[in-house]
Design a protein around this ligand. Structure first.
Ligand code: SAH
Length: 283
C-alpha cells in the first residue's frame, strides 16, 4: 500500500480563487462522497451548503473555512433560490474559493442546473462534481436495487411536488403503465394522491412500496408497505422528510439481499449467509 498514489493526486483540480465548484455530497454518510468532493472540501474557503448536507460531512472542511447554511433551519425561511445563486456570484467575484455543496447529486432535483445557469450568465467559472443520489444510493443502503434484470427494465425518478407544493402535472396513467419501478423524491406530503392516481390507472393496491428515511445515516429508517396503505403507514410510523419512496417489485428484493443486516452482524432470514465479516454464532 505504501506506493499507492497520494490523495488527492498531484494532477487533480486545484480550486482557484473566483471559482465555484458545484458539488454533490451524497446521501449523508461521508464515505459516500466522491474523492473529488473531499478534494473540494479540503480547498474551499467558503462552503455554501444545504440543510441536507450532514454536519459530519462539513467536519471534513479545511480548518477556518466559512460555512454558509442556506437550508431551512429552526423555522426560519430559507433564502430564495435566486438569492443563493447570486450569493455564489458575489462570493466568486470577491475572489473566494467557493464550494456549493448539495445533498445527493446536484442535478437530481437539486436545482444545481439553475445555479449553474446563473453562473454562466454572470461569467463565473465553475466545475461540477456529481454525487450519489438518494434515489439510487439511498435505496441501495436499504438493500433495494433500483434495477434488477428479472424485475424491471426501466425506472422513473419523479418529484412528489411541483413549485406550488402540489403533485407535479405528470401523466400518472402513462407512468403507471410504462414504469415498473417509480422512485419518488420529496413525496411524503403527496404520496396519498400519487398512490391514488397510480391505483386508478391500474397499479395493484398491494404493490410493494418502501420508504427510506435518512438513507445512509446512523438513524436510517425503512418502512415496507403497499401502494394502498403507504400514506397511512407513513403517518402511523411518524416518518417525515427527507425520505425516498420506491414503488414496485424491486422492493421485494430487499428481503433476498439483506446486506445491511449482514453487514451489521444481525441475524438474517437467509439460512446460509456468507462467512466473512459475520461474527461467530454463540455456542
Ligand atoms: N439532490 C438530491 C435530492 C434533493 S431533493 C439527491 O440527489 O439525492 C430532496 C429530497 O431528496 C428529499 O425530500 C428526499 O426525497 C431525498 N433525499 C435526499 N437525501 C436523502 C436521504 N439521506 N434519505 C432519504 N431521502 C433523501
Amino acid at each position: 500500500m505504501s506506493d499507492s498514489p497520494p490523495l488527492p493526486p498531484a494532477d487533480w483540480p486545484v480550486m482557484e480563487p473566483g471559482w465555484v465548484w458545484l458539488c454533490g455530497a451524497g446521501p449523508g454518510d461521508p464515505g459516500l462522497m466522491s474523492l473529488h468532493a473531499l478534494n473540494a472540501l479540503r480547498q474551499a474557503e467558503v462552503i455554501v451548503h444545504d440543510a441536507l448536507v450532514a454536519p459530519h460531512i462539513l467536519g471534513w472542511a479545511r480548518p477556518g473555512a466559512e460555512l454558509v447554511d442556506v437550508g431551512k433551519r429552526g423555522g426560519r425561511p430559507s433564502p430564495k433560490q435566486h438569492e443563493i445563486s447570486l450569493q455564489l456570484v458575489e462570493l466568486a467575484r470577491a475572489g473566494r474559493r467557493v464550494l456549493r455543496l448539495k445533498g445527493g447529486d446536484p442535478f437530481m432535483f437539486g436545482r444545481g442546473s439553475e445555479e449553474a445557469r446563473t453562473l454562466v450568465r454572470h461569467r463565473v467559472p465553475f466545475r461540477v462534481i456529481p454525487g450519489i443520489t438518494a434515489g439510487i444510493g439511498g435505496l441501495a443502503m436499504a438493500g433495494i436495487p433500483v434495477t434488477d434484470r428479472d424485475v424491471n427494465q426501466a425506472v422513473t425518478f419523479v418529484t412528489g411536488h411541483d413549485p406550488s407544493g402540489d403533485t407535479p402535472p405528470l401523466d400518472w396513467a402513462a407512468l403507471a403503465r410504462a414504469s415498473p419501478v417509480i422512485v419518488i423524491y420529496m413525496g411524503m406530503r403527496t404520496i396519498s394522491r400519487i398512490a391514488e392516481a397510480l391505483i386508478g390507472a391500474g397499479r395493484a393496491p398491494g404493490e410493494p412500496v418502501a420508504v427510506v428515511r435518512n438513507a445512509s445515516l446512523p438513524d436510517q429508517q425503512v418502512l415496507e408497505t403497499t401502494l394502498a396503505r403507504a400514506a397511512a403507514d407513513i403517518a402511523a410510523a411518524g416518518l417525515s422528510a427527507p425520505a425516498v419512496i420506491v414503488i414496485g417489485r424491486a422492493v421485494l428484493l430487499r428481503q433476498a439481499l439483506e446486506w445491511p443486516a449482514m453487514a451489521a452482524g444481525q441475524p438474517t432470514r437467509n439460512p446460509e449467509p456468507p462467512g466473512p465479516g459475520r461474527p461467530a454464532e454463540a455456542p
